[in-house]
Design a binder for this molecule. Structure first.
Ligand SMILES: NC(=O)c1ccc[n+]([C@@H]2O[C@H](COP(=O)([O-])OP(=O)(O)OC[C@H]3O[C@@H](n4cnc5c(N)ncnc54)[C@H](OP(=O)(O)O)[C@@H]3O)[C@@H](O)[C@H]2O)c1
Length: 276
């Protein structure tokens, strides 16, 4: 089994350096894929209320022969439940669907600046952590300014910010800000969600130099940036390959080659994107 290094978070807990994304799997697919992934050595699973597959993820964790304390289950608060009491209630619903006593990592899915209730949700997340119902709390799609505001108004920094990050969107400024604050960056859509990146000739050349696939080269790029990628694959062969990225090192030129492309987003702009 592949052994995965860990990150230590600003709250003292640890996360494995790579995890499995589960969007857009349904419950049945999530149960199958997460079970296969846990068996081959994945120890972090990324879901969300809005993926509508928490039940399947929970079933896979329950039936895996892996001790509960070795698995990091991440889920996320949806936009429709922003607010203090709403967050506490939404969390209980997630916890029930997952069938877990505690959740390892709970994230605010999007900041929704126009709604302007993410600070209230953050206060509820702090309470959930104090009560031991959540091990680590964090956010997703937050900008440095949103994170500064959480710190200013509550004194508590997120442990994690999960953002869109891939070679088309390397997030240099955000990564440098978060490194200074001790906030771990997780990369969503780490493979750029598709073939354009993985069929790129320059990426293929870097991969070939190491005898790996383009997806492995790209995931290795994330690891060396210090970001934690959560690639989604429903295919056991690709899942296995995606995890096997700890046995080679890209040099500076290869790191540059992978990110040397025109920048663009796949998903929404956190300043305006609304998802409930
Ligand atoms: N916080 C947020 O707002 C947010 C937003 C989007 C996503 N996410 C999270 O991030 C996870 C990953 O993002 P994503 O699913 O958008 O994109 P991704 O992981 O970059 O790409 C997934 C796509 O690549 C394919 N793939 C995976 N491994 C491959 C390989 N080795 N070779 C070739 N193709 C491969 C998958 O197909 P197969 O399944 O057929 O292998 C799937 O079509 C999601 O599942 C979700 O958990 C979070």
């Amino acid at each position: 089994m592949i052994s995965i290094p860990n990150h230590t978070l600003n709250d003292g807990t640890t996360l494995p350096a790579l995890g499995l994304g589960t969007w857009p799997m349904d419950d049945a697919q999530a149960e199958r894929s997460v079970a296969a992934a846990l068996e081959m050595g994945y120890r972090l699973v990324d879901t969300a209320t809005n993926y509508r597959n928490e039940t399947g993820v929970g079933r896979a964790v329950a039936r895996a022969g892996v001790p509960r304390e070795e698995v990091v289950v991440t889920t996320k608060l949806p936009g429709r439940h922003h607010g203090y009491e709403e967050t506490l209630a939404s969390f209980e619903e997630s916890r029930a669907r997952l069938g877990l006593e505690y959740v390892d990592l709970y994230l605010i899915h999007w900041p929704l600046p126009r709604v302007d209730r993410y600070v209230d949700s953050w206060k509820a997340m702090i309470k959930l952590r104090e009560e031991g119902l959540v091990r680590s709390i964090g956010v997703s799609n937050f900008t440095p300014a949103h994170i500064e505001r959480l710190e200013k108004e509550t004194g508590v920094l997120p442990s994690v910010n999960q953002v869109e990050l891939h070679p088309f969107l390397p997030q240099e400024e955000l990564r440098s800000h978060h490194a200074g604050k001790g906030v771990l960056v997780e990369s969503w859509s780490p493979l750029g969600r598709g073939s354009q990146l993985l069929d790129d000739l320059a990426v293929a050349a870097v991969a070939e130099a190491h005898g790996v696939t383009p997806a492995q080269a790209v995931l290795r790029w994330h690891i060396q940036l210090g970001a934690l990628p959560v690639p989604k694959s429903a295919d056991p062969g690709r899942q296995r390959a995606n995890l096997d990225v700890f046995g080679f090192t890209l040099d500076d030129a290869q790191m540059h080659t992978i990110a040397d492309r025109a920048h663009r987003r796949i998903g929404g702009d956190p300043e305006v994107h609304e998802e409930f």
